[in-house]
Every structure is written in C-alpha cells, then in structure tokens.
Ligand binder design. Structure first.
Ligand SMILES: NC(=O)c1ccc[n+]([C@@H]2O[C@H](COP(=O)([O-])OP(=O)(O)OC[C@H]3O[C@@H](n4cnc5c(N)ncnc54)[C@H](OP(=O)(O)O)[C@@H]3O)[C@@H](O)[C@H]2O)c1
Length: 61
C-alpha cells in the first residue's frame, strides 16, 4: 500500500489527506505545531492516517 507524507494540514493538506485515504492509501501528515494538534483530523481520517512531525512526514515513516 502506498504511504503519502503530507506537510501542511490546512485547507490543501487536509483535503489531499481525505482523498488519499478514500483512495486506499496510508497518510502521514504534519503541521507546524506538532502531531498532538492534529487529533481531530486523524480521528476523522481513520486508522490509515497518523500525525507526525514534518521530518517524519518527509521520510514517510
Ligand atoms: N488554498 C488555496 O486556494 C491556495 C491556492 C494557491 C496556493 N496556495 C498555497 O498552498 C499552500 C497551502 O495552502 P493552504 O490554504 O492549505 O494553507 P493553510 O490552510 O494555511 O495551511 C498551511 C499548513 O501548513 C502548515 N505549515 C506551515 N509551515 C510549516 C512548517 N514549517 N512545517 C510544517 N507545517 C507547516 C501549517 O501548520 P499550522 O496549522 O500548524 O499552522 C498548516 O497546517 C500555501 O503556501 C498557500 O499559499 C493555496
């Protein structure tokens, strides 16, 4: 399964994440404030998405 790393979880990043999850991909998504601030988005996206630091998202870890 493809894992997509997304840096930026605003208008564009969150929407790209929704589309990727819908398409069956894993998502690792980051913002500037830290993974703990993305709880609501991750809850919405479901188990194939997780929040990370920007470095982790860049590495697709
Ligand atoms: N929306 C549009 O129609 C549109 C059109 C053309 C171009 N763009 C460009 O596309 C980009 C994204 O637009 P957007 O509307 O999605 O912006 P947005 O809603 O403001 O979201 C930006 C996201 O990037 C994150 N971010 C900023 N600096 C970061 C850093 N150093 N490390 C990690 N994350 C960082 C922000 O984190 P925080 O949430 O923690 O602040 C936020 O999640 C912008 O550069 C914008 O100028 C947007």
């Amino acid at each position: 399964m493809t894992t997509l790393g997304i840096i930026g979880a605003g208008n564009i990043g969150s929407q790209v994440a929704r589309i990727a999850v819908e398409a069956g991909d894993n998502v690792v998504i980051a913002n500037s404030r830290g993974p703990e601030t993305l709880e609501a988005l991750i809850a919405e996206l479901g188990p194939t998405a997780r929040a990370a630091t920007a470095l982790e998202a860049a590495d697709n870890l």
